[in-house]
Write a protein that binds this ligand. Structure first.
Ligand SMILES: CC(=O)N[C@H]1[C@@H](OP(=O)(O)OP(=O)(O)OC[C@H]2O[C@@H](n3ccc(=O)[nH]c3=O)[C@H](O)[C@@H]2O)O[C@H](CO)[C@@H](O)[C@@H]1O
Ligand SMILES: C=C(OP(=O)(O)O)C(=O)O
Length: 314
């Protein structure tokens, strides 16, 4: 794309002067999920061979590669640092079964932990959430795998004693700890014993952008909402220090506001552990990533009521 003009806030792109896309070599500065997926789709229909280096290895990238291959694309290396894509003149339709949502599964695992309960989940691909499995095990949960795709998370008092132990987190690209589970894990840490460090190394703006709320920053916002529920958290740059539960201190219900998807669901988790009633507003954020979360939690015995309908029915 040469001399990409910007007009009225829009970018107008012209591929190879109107002759279509041509393959090439790309070295990504950062293994970006969106950039890898976009380049993979473009290269599948570009003229010639494309070599992509330092690409994202997230399961969703591998899933998209599988779908493109089933649709006629030629992609080698999905799940590794490098991809070789031989462009085709066209693709065809194919059927696709989407990989189980590891972030939804991880959120329910954290729900089991924060409520000191036992939840069995299926289908889950354990290797997609091995980092969370390790952290919850470190906290004292018992995680059992029953068959290829069934996991049970147990944090019942007879097993863990009075409380789970805090643990430290540093988010990083797959297979590291997912940034999309960071706020939910922070809610859990506020109920564990001891202090825990959370370092956000994927999304700079989730941590450092707006200390003092100069402009919108999801992390600062969510910390403030969790604090309304009694969580004790201090943020410094990309690091949050979560002070766990002392004897006598606990989360309590309050009126809070979701400001984004994962921060929003972390308020649901905190609400599960809080004494009294928690009212969460702006739940459209949560509905974007959790289908029927209220009904799923009701099935697990949670006293939860939806006060506003799903904004955009799924
Ligand atoms: C729709 C979707 O799939 N969204 C996911 C995707 O977002 P998304 O694809 O947008 O995330 P990226 O992996 O591109 O970006 C992650 C971070 O890296 C930064 N960056 C990105 C490219 C670059 O060249 N340099 C750079 O610094 C971005 O500003 C951002 O802070 O991956 C994120 C990281 O796992 C997840 O949190 C999102 O849920
Ligand atoms: C950040 C996420 O998605 P979105 O970019 O759609 O908010 C997410 O899935 O956690």
């Amino acid at each position: 794309m040469n001399g990409t003009p910007k007009r009225d806030g829009k970018v107008q792109a012209n591929a190879a002067n109107g002759k279509g896309l041509v393959g090439g070599r790309f070295l990504l500065d950062y293994p970006s999920v969106g950039a890898t997926e976009t380049l993979m789709m473009a290269a599948s229909l570009a003229d010639g061979i494309t070599v992509l280096s330092n690409v994202a290895k997230e399961p969703e990238v591998v899933d998209l590669a599988r779908f493109l291959i089933d649709s006629g694309a030629s992609i080698e290396g999905a799940g590794s640092d490098n991809l070789v894509i031989r462009g085709k003149s066209q693709l065809h339709g194919s059927e696709c079964v989407i990989t189980p949502d590891r972030i939804e599964a991880g959120t329910f695992m954290l729900a089991a932990a924060i409520t000191h309960s036992c939840i069995s989940m299926s289908p889950v691909i354990p290797s997609h959430i091995s980092c969370l499995i390790d952290k919850l095990s470190e906290a004292g949960c018992k995680i059992s795998q029953f068959n290829q795709h069934t996991l049970e998370v147990s944090a019942v008092p007879t097993y863990i004693g009075d409380n789970l132990k805090g643990f430290d987190i540093r988010t990083s690209p797959f297979p590291g700890f997912p940034t999309d589970l960071q706020p939910q894990a922070m809610a859990l840490l506020a109920t564990c014993t001891g202090s825990s460090l959370v370092v956000e190394s994927v999304f700079d703006k989730r941590m450092s952008h707006a200390i003092g709320l100069v402009s919108f920053c999801p992390l600062i916002w969510i910390v403030r909402e969790l604090q309304k529920l009694g969580a004790r958290i201090q943020v410094c740059g990309r690091t949050a220090l979560v002070f766990g539960k002392d004897k006598g201190s606990s989360l309590h219900g309050s009126r809070v506001f979701a400001s984004d998807l994962r921060g929003g669901v972390s308020l649901v988790l905190a609400g599960l552990a809080a004494e009294g009633t928690t009212e969460i507003n702006n739940i459209a954020h949560i509905d974007r990533g959790y289908e029927n979360i209220d009904r799923k939690l009701q099935h697990l015995g949670v006293d939860i009521q939806r006060l506003t309908p799903v904004a955009c029915p799924l």
